[in-house]
Design a protein around this ligand. Structure first.
Ligand SMILES: [Zn+2]
Length: 94
């Protein structure tokens, strides 16, 4: 079944914990600059502490961090599509 509830789901790492929506401070490097994003939504496992970031939040972050965003005149630049399918990111188990 791929019917996942929206609010919480099982951790893919430990298979025992449940992922909860938390707001954490997200750190990322933009060129050589460390960017911190407070109150960033993330799913955190209550057992092993694994973090997963919401695909929409990530694409929003990519949008605001992309220096070309908003500059493009005429041609519309699209941020990458939602990460529904990540090739090779995760082994598919049955
Ligand atoms: Zn876990």
């Amino acid at each position: 079944m791929t019917d996942e509830p929206q609010d919480l789901f099982q951790c893919t790492e430990c298979q025992a914990g449940v992922m909860h929506m938390r707001h954490i401070t997200y750190f990322t490097w933009l060129d050589e600059e460390l960017v911190t994003v407070p109150n960033f939504p993330a799913w955190v496992c209550d057992v092993c502490g694994r973090r997963e970031y919401d695909a929409r939040a990530i694409s929003w972050l990519v949008t605001i961090l992309n220096p070309e965003t908003g500059k493009a005149s005429g041609s519309k630049r699209r941020v990458r599509p939602p990460l529904e399918k990540r090739d090779g990111a995760r082994p598919i188990r049955d």
